[in-house]
Design a binder for this molecule. Structure first.
Ligand SMILES: [Zn+2]
Length: 134
């Protein structure tokens, strides 16, 4: 299957409509035809070599594809990771060594509203990781 590149700034034009009413809808009606769309596993390209499989719906008449909110959130996260790996967006911060560990300051744009003072680190590669703070 030929993979198509999605421009992150043009997400409104993506062919997937996100169903606002339901988190994980069991059935879905095509907004275009008014017919019941059938459940379908959609393969969504989010980069040159990356594609994500999501459970969605497809209208048998017009072919329009839909995603529930839960699946759309998964897709969002995958897109963020893909963007990081392609270095489209990055911030540089100095790291310092205290004898045992390397430490880094978290930019305040990301740390407002931090309550638990806990960070979750998800490895992406030998020298790459993704940090989520709560
Ligand atoms: Zn349709």
């Amino acid at each position: 299957m030929e993979k198509e590149k999605i421009d992150f700034d043009e997400l409104e034009d993506a062919q997937f409509q996100i169903e606002k009413g339901a988190f994980q809808p069991k059935t879905l009606t095509c907004a275009q035809c008014g017919l019941k769309a059938k459940k379908s596993q959609l393969e969504i390209a989010i980069g040159n070599d990356v594609s994500v499989r999501a459970d969605g719906f497809e209208c048998e008449k017009c072919g329009k594809q839909y995603l529930g909110l839960e699946e759309a959130k998964k897709l969002d996260r995958a897109m963020i990771v893909s963007r990081i790996l392609r270095n489209d967006f990055k911030m540089e911060r100095a790291i310092s060594h205290d004898g045992d560990n390397w430490t880094m300051r978290i930019p305040k744009e990301f740390s407002s509203g931090v309550q638990k003072k806990k960070a979750e680190i998800m490895p992406l590669g030998a020298k790459q990781f993704c940090v989520s703070i709560e």
